[in-house]
Design a protein around this ligand. Structure first.
Ligand code: ZN
Length: 172
């Protein structure tokens, strides 16, 4: 396994790319998942999409285990949201591609997802709470959508400008 640099703002060209489905689960996909997981644990974070490492494939890793708890990695390929609840929930989200920025986002409280697991088997899952939020945040990445797209335009423009300025000053 190896650590891969995480793509951050202001690199919107990469982060806005729409990722392509994988044809199946082979050794390349498994190697990429392992690198994604190691990179995510190291960051640290609870979810990562392949595009955040510059790879436009519809692959995610998620692990909601807290510090000191046994790891519970979930490997997701080609996820599709089948259904979402009417009920909404608010969560203060962050993103490894937008370091040190957190904002409240409102999303459906529950989601039903279909995806391929690490064995390449079609799998369906129903998620609530933080897992529902995390899955929606990560699936957004596969469509070139960032969590700042769910907040006000003013706040979004402000954070993008902040990263553009930091890059110009050579601080990124
Ligand atoms: Zn993110």
């Amino acid at each position: 396994m190896s650590l891969i640099p995480i793509v951050t703002l202001p690199d919107e060209k990469t982060l806005r790319e729409v990722s392509k489905p994988v044809a199946g689960i082979d050794s390349h996909v498994k190697k990429l998942w392992d690198d994604m997981l190691e990179t995510m644990y190291h960051a640290p974070g609870i979810g990562l999409a392949a595009i955040q490492l510059g790879v436009a494939q519809r692959l995610l890793v998620i692990d909601l285990a807290k510090d000191g708890e046994a790891k519970t990695p979930i490997f997701v390929a080609n996820p599709e949201i089948i259904k979402t609840s009417e009920a909404r929930s608010d969560y203060e989200e962050g993103c490894l591609s937008i370091p040190e920025f957190y904002e409240m986002v409102t999303r459906p409280a529950e989601v039903w997802i279909r995806y391929l697991n690490r064995q390449g088997e079609p799998t369906e899952t129903h998620a609530t709470g933080l897992m529902a939020t995390c899955l929606q945040h990560e699936i957004d990445h596969l469509n070139g959508v960032l969590f700042i797209d769910h907040i006000s335009r003013l706040k979004r423009e402000r954070v993008i400008k902040k990263f553009q300025k930091a890059q110009k000053l050579g601080k990124l």
